[in-house]
Design a protein around this ligand. Structure first.
Ligand SMILES: Nc1ncnc2c1ncn2[C@@H]1O[C@H](COP(=O)(O)OP(=O)(O)O)[C@@H](O)[C@H]1O
Ligand SMILES: [Mg+2]
Length: 251
């Protein structure tokens, strides 16, 4: 048997994933047999119109939900066999999320917002602080570390939220419509932050979007329609956002 080199091994492997909601005549088939492979370090956009099953797929990838059928392998481990507790552990260690709405806690400054999940994960305070500052720096928002969410623009707050997601050094970063609540300029800065992050850390990035402009910032676009993959292509003219990340930015 050939030995597979680590860097060639798929990090995420979905085989024939189906997810339906409800029963009987009211059953909604949100995913109808999705199979795909994503390698470590890829930056992928998962694109499709509203209702195509993007969030359903993301919830399965993020171990928030289970498929009705099919298998999901992450780093060679079968996720469908894990119990809920094991899934939660895996979620905490390996997978990070950024959502559309920016869910920073209003009473905590940027630094504390980034540190909080690591506090829950019982990471010792010195390591926590170090990881939080590194993440804020990577996203260009370290100068804002003492600011409260009300003192930040939408784009700045979203970058703090991304810093919070990546501070624990996850393998996979999942983002569901991360620029959906932002104007175009702030959205571009956030996409640039994802690109810089991806370049500098090698984390696998999966961005869910209905917007082709957002998807063009990834290396690969997987298109979903009516619960099925209808297209999967490398991006020919990838849009790159060049930005001086260290400035803190005003958008
Ligand atoms: N919890 C749920 N219960 C019932 N139907 C759902 C649920 N979540 C999603 N759906 C349905 O599944 C389909 C896919 O939804 P979703 O995965 O949210 O798509 P997208 O994120 O692409 O908009 C839609 O028809 C939606 O109405
Ligand atoms: Mg959705």
């Amino acid at each position: 048997m050939a030995v597979e080199r680590i860097e060639d091994a798929p990090q995420i492997e979905l085989k024939d994933i189906a997810r339906s909601y409800g029963e009987g005549e009211a059953t909604v088939h949100a995913l109808r047999g999705v199979s795909l492979t994503i390698r470590a370090g890829e930056m992928v956009a998962l694109m499709g119109p509203s209702g195509s099953g993007k969030s359903s797929l993301m919830n399965i990838l993020g171990l928030f939900d289970r498929a009705t059928s099919g298998t999901y392998t992450l780093n060679g481990q079968d996720m469908t066999r894990l119990n809920s507790r094991q899934q939660a552990l895996m979620r905490g260690r390996k997978i990070a999320f950024v959502f559309q709405g920016i869910h920073l806690l209003p009473r905590l400054n940027a630094l504390s917002n980034v540190e909080l999940p690591m506090q829950y994960a019982r990471i010792p305070s010195a390591r926590r602080r170090e990881a939080a500052l590194r993440a804020l720096q990577l996203l260009g928002v370290e100068p804002l570390q003492k600011r409260y969410p009300s003192q930040m623009s939408g784009g700045q707050a979203q970058r703090v939220a991304i810093a919070r997601a990546i501070a624990p050094d996850p393998d996979v970063l999942l983002a569901d419509e991360p620029t959906g609540a932002l104007d175009r300029k702030s959205g571009e800065l956030v996409l640039g932050a994802f690109q810089a992050l991806h370049d500098q850390t090698g984390v696998t990035v999966i961005i869910v979007t209905h917007d082709p402009f957002v998807a063009q910032h990834a290396e690969r676009i997987i298109s979903l329609e009516d619960g099925q993959i209808v297209d999967d292509q490398l991006v020919a003219n990838r849009l790159m956002v060049s930005q001086p990340l260290s400035s803190g930015g005003h958008a």
